[in-house]
Design a protein around this ligand. Structure first.
Ligand code: PEP
Ligand code: MN
Length: 345
């Protein structure tokens, strides 16, 4: 439930609404907006009588949020969530943030070459996994902690921010100590204990859609993170499982406008896992920018043929350079721009 205050409501009147909610045994979440403050009631089990608030001074109206997810919904917060990253880059503020790099951190030489290549092409965030969730237990599982140290070195050398995946509680502590954005992978989208921990990790979270997850399930998973007090969540469409094997996954482009309508959280598109094929990554990246994505997550490898994971969908650096040129052009058409690397503005 949402208690919408009048534009001229005083802080005392807001305070009385907060106290009334707390007296009823629920959590009150004041949400100051540009025009007015709204107070959210968290923990509503369906038995709250809103009429009690309607008569209070300073209250304009009481809205019942009908969707199963609350804090991630547009009803709850009409303004887009803007996630401020170190160095002045913001996600969700209108600029398209490009995160690029190899699937996995493999060696110092590999990650530094990848970082330099994506920075030179204009990316602002370096992506690479130190902990990898692989379908086969015999496939490369990532370098673990040493991989995180290499990512920190790449950031120091290039100024790029870092997004990297955490797969379990122990890894989350290590990842959150290094990363600027913590990635929760598709396979862990419904790992609820991990989502709760991500809600307390102190870093923005990039939550990838599970391969068979509905958009409602994705939003409910994000709700776990917000419910623990972390408002900085970006959602990621990375393809879902379909019946056609022509592509690795079915890249659900329509998820971008659907999510923008249902939620205030930024939405990032991953055309690499979305298609699984290098030749299709750039067309789908262009489409995602045109569809209104707040960012792109793209796999780029200095030598994809030698990649230890996802080589077939990793772009060669010159292909990524071209993608950036085209993404800039598309962004301009819809009145947006690609975020510049920190300090380049
Ligand atoms: C990745 O980003 O490399 C990855 C493993 O993604 P997903 O969780 O979407 O499969
Ligand atoms: Mn990958």
């Amino acid at each position: 439930m949402l208690v919408v205050m009048r534009q001229d409501a005083t802080p005392e009147q807001v305070g009385r609404v907060v106290s009334a909610i707390e007296e009823m045994g629920y959590q009150a979440l004041p949400l100051p907006g540009r025009q007015r403050t709204t107070v959210g009631l968290v923990g509503n089990d369906g038995r709250v009588d809103g009429t009690r608030f309607e008569g209070m001074e300073g209250v304009q109206e009481v809205l019942h949020v009908s969707r199963p997810y609350k804090q991630v919904s547009r009803e709850w917060k009409p303004e887009p969530t803007v996630i401020r990253l170190p160095g002045g880059v913001s996600v969700g503020a209108g600029e398209v943030v490009v995160m690029a790099g190899p699937c996995s951190v493999e060696s110092e030489a590999q990650i530094l070459a990848a970082a330099r290549a994506v920075r030179d092409a204009g990316a602002t965030v370096l992506r690479a996994g130190a902990y990898k969730a692989r379908t086969s237990p015999y496939a490369f599982q990532g370098l673990g902690k040493p991989g995180l140290e290499l990512l920190a070195r790449a950031r120091q050398e290039t100024g790029l921010l870092i997004v990297t995946e955490a797969m379990d509680a122990e890894g989350l502590t290590a990842v959150a100590a290094v990363a600027d954005i913590v990635q929760i992978g598709a396979r862990n989208m419904q790992n609820y204990p991990l989502l709760r921990l991500a809600g307390r990790c102190g870093k923005p979270v990039l939550l990838k859609r599970g391969i068979s997850a509905t958009i409602q399930e994705l939003l409910l998973s994000a709700e776990y993170i917000l419910a623990e007090g972390n408002p900085d969540v970006m959602l990621c469409e990375r393809g879902i499982r379909g019946f056609d094997t022509a592509t690795r996954n079915v890249f659900d482009l329509s998820a971008i406008p659907v999510i923008r309508e249902l939620s205030h959280l930024p939405i990032i598109a991953d055309p690499s896992h979305g298609t699984g094929r290098r030749d299709m990554v750039t067309p789908m990246a262009r489409a995602a920018v045109a569809a209104g994505a707040d960012g792109l997550l793209v796999e780029v490898h200095p030598n994809p043929e030698a990649a230890r994971s996802d080589g077939a969908q990793s772009l060669h650096p010159p292909q990524f350079e071209r993608l950036m040129v085209e993404a800039r052009a598309i962004a301009e058409v819809i009145g947006r721009r690609i975020a510049e690397p920190a300090g380049v503005k």
